[in-house]
Design a protein around this ligand. Structure first.
Ligand code: WTA
Length: 654
């Protein structure tokens, strides 16, 4: 039984779990010490877990200084990522299920795709892409539902050395075209419709709209998921099933350099438009595989389920690359936790006998609100481990997850990481570490977290302490650059605190030396575990003809973690109304996507600004948090009366 340890709120793994775990505390200490004492030797050894075409002789060449910024791992090695995720398992586990596809509609049968079938499908998709003119180094955009073809397409790109960039199917045509153009993609792969939660999103027509703003040469490959009606542009649109029928089912896996890009994934930052995070082939794959194995205590034969979408990094690393590199059985779930009802997650766990279950706190909070009976009616005895990702988890949700879902017997791994980090950086290792509700606990191998004083930038060595979370040295899964803008890479991550990678998160280190993430310290908000730059929402709002100015901040939201709070100043002569509120909400949904939909819009005749015209977000945040009693120094404001008006008309009176 997992029970309360000596210290209150510390949960030790059960003796039963610890006995069979991949790693124990002593082994973690030993491996961690070795990984930071001599990273070359440590990663040189770990790197052998991949199949290399040409083995590497150099392990690590990394430099965090702005003048010489560069990150390379295993740089002279060559490999193929799809061969590592598929071909190398054929001899030993060709008939084992690689992917279980669970459709949105529970009455539609699940699909079990073996490694052999996966090989055939990936080869066919690779040949189709080559037939459309895709070559090594070219970019392919994926705008797909959570269907197996998404995994085939990722691995097919990897097979021919093309670079994929997945755009979450919830993004709007505008967001899609920006990413197609940003990556200068040759081909976009989409589906006719995306069934989700009983509704069908018209992906093909979104893609049609996006392509109006792209080069004429971009081709569209369409998977017919529902068979619903779509328009068709001859010469530009290609029917996947037609090409599939004729495609050859073998395709060579090209040799790529360890440092050749595997994918680009756009993510939000505190300024400007989303940036294309670039991950490369060797280090990323090794890191995804190794974290998957240790953090989830993955063992041969386990059924692993990560509920993320492949449109986010979590889906890349822990639905596709990590599990498949390890020869696991991984679940791809097309639906949502609450469709047809709030027991869907648990029904899927029961149906497929899931061993490890990995989801976001926002889903846990939403399901907790529906009541324990939805969990209790399902047989969850196969579950051995639970995980969370994406945002801080509040102790109440942690306890519910532990008691109601895990029945007190499943360790919970609270994994802190980012699109930029490729895989987990801070997390407990189950079997090795007692956990604390809400704590991301300890660094993974090779990871050197530091807490810096935000003002001085000095490292704080003593504990307990609090400050900004930085990393002192590189790990193989780290992003290498921002697509097309290496200078922005340096500016974003390495210039605020010289010599360190700056995560953008704040953290606390407790007296035991364990880490607790306190949330973003920049202008990024985290809505339902999805990252959103406040600047993006602001620029969408001011693009509306009736809006003169807008400022966007996060505020605490019971289910989503953070909600989107917008202060909007209208153009002269425009009148605020409920209708306009609705219009602005819809406007942002079409400009960015439903995930950016404003929760609260406050009409703000003026915004608090310094005399030099800078918006004082600190004040706006406080008002949005309903914590206006402690606004701090407002003496530098140009017009202090503006603040009184904002407080009087505040929207979040919870
Ligand atoms: C937040 C998701 C607290 C954090 C993998 C980070 C977390 C951002 C946790 C990255 C966690 C992620 N506890 N906060 N366990 N995991 N975050 O790029 O603010 O979508 O910087 O990657 O999510 O979000 P991203």
């Amino acid at each position: 039984m997992t029970g309360q340890g000596q210290e209150a709120n510390t949960y030790a793994p059960s003796a039963e779990f610890a006995k069979d775990a991949n790693i124990d505390a002593a082994k973690y200490d030993e491996m961690y010490a070795a990984s930071v004492a001599d990273p070359e030797a440590f990663w040189g050894e770990q790197g052998k877990a991949l199949d290399w075409i040409k083995p590497f002789t150099k392990v690590k060449s990394t430099d965090f200084s702005l003048d010489n910024l560069g990150i390379k791992w295993f740089e002279d090695g060559t490999l193929n990522v799809s061969a590592n995720c598929v071909d190398r398992h054929l001899a030993t586990r060709g008939d084992q299920t690689a992917i279980i596809f669970e459709p949105d509609n529970p009455d539609e049968p699940a699909k079990h795709i073996t490694y052999k079938m996966l090989h055939t499908e990936v080869c066919k998709m690779a040949n189709i892409l080559e037939g459309l003119g895709v070559r090594k180094g070219d970019r392919v955009i994926l705008y797909l539902p959570m269907i197996p073809e998404a995994a085939y397409a990722m691995l097919a790109c990897a097979r021919i050395g093309a670079i994929h960039s997945i755009v979450f199917a919830g993004f709007s045509p505008d967001a899609l075209s920006a990413r197609i153009n940003g990556a200068d993609a040759k081909v976009v792969i989409t589906a006719d419709y995306a069934p989700r939660g009983g509704r069908n999103t018209p992906l093909k027509s979104n893609a049609d709209a996006a392509l109006l703003h792209c080069k004429d040469t971009v081709k569209l490959l369409v998977v017919k998921r529902t068979g619903g009606q779509t328009t068709w542009v001859d010469g530009r649109d290609f029917d996947y099933s037609e090409l599939h029928a004729e495609a050859d089912d073998t395709c060579r896996a090209v040799e790529v350099g360890a440092e050749d890009p595997l994918f680009i994934l756009y993510t939000s930052g505190s300024t400007g438009q989303p940036k294309g995070v670039v991950h490369t082939s060797g280090g990323y794959l090794l890191y995804a595989a190794m974290t998957h194995k240790y953090v989830f205590d993955y063992k041969d034969g386990d059924i692993f389920w990560c509920t993320a979408d492949v449109g986010w990094v979590t889906g890349h690393s822990y639905i596709v690359y990590g599990p498949l590199a390890n020869g696991a059985t991984t679940i791809m779930f097309e639906g949502v936790p609450t469709y047809p009802d709030a027991s869907r997650f648990w029904q899927v766990c029961e149906k497929h006998k899931v061993n490890q279950f990995y989801t976001a706190p926002t889903a846990i909070r939403a399901l907790m609100g529906k009541g324990a009976e939805f969990v209790e009616k399902c047989d969850l005895s196969s579950l051995r481990l639970l995980g969370t990702v994406g945002e801080p988890i509040n102790p109440e949700a942690w306890n519910w997850y532990n008691d109601v879902v895990g029945k007190g017997t499943c360790p919970i791994v609270d994994t802190w990481w980012q699109t930029e980090t490729g895989g987990h950086l801070l997390t407990p290792l189950p079997g090795a570490h007692a956990t604390k509700p809400g704590a991301a606990m300890k660094p993974f191998f090779g990871v050197q977290p530091v807490v810096l004083d935000p003002q001085s930038g000095e490292e704080i060595h003593e504990s307990p302490t609090e400050g900004v979370l930085c990393l002192k040295d590189s790990w193989p899964g780290q992003m290498r650059t921002i697509w097309g803008d290496h200078e922005r890479f340096g500016k974003t991550y390495f210039s605020d605190y010289k010599g360190y990678y700056f995560s953008g998160d704040g953290c606390r280190r407790d007296a035991d030396g364990d880490y607790w993430i306190t949330g973003r310290v920049d202008d990024v908000i985290n809505v339902s575990g999805h990252r959103m730059g406040t600047a993006e929402v602001e620029s969408a709002l001011v693009a509306h003809a009736k809006v003169a100015e807008a400022a966007v901040v996060g505020y605490p939201h019971e289910i989503k973690g953070q909600g989107i709070y917008c202060y909007v100043t209208l153009m002269n002569g425009e009148e605020p109304s409920e209708e306009l509120r609705k219009e602005l909400r819809n406007w942002v949904r079409t400009e960015i996507g439903p995930i950016a939909s404003p929760d609260l819009i406050q009409w703000s005749p003026g915004l608090p600004k310094t005399r030099s015209g800078k918006i004082m977000r600190r004040i706006l945040r406080k008002i949005a948090e309903n914590d206006y009693g402690s606004l701090g120094d407002t003496s530098t404001l140009a017009e202090p009366a503006v603040v009184d008006d904002l407080i009087e008309n505040r929207m979040n009176r919870a």
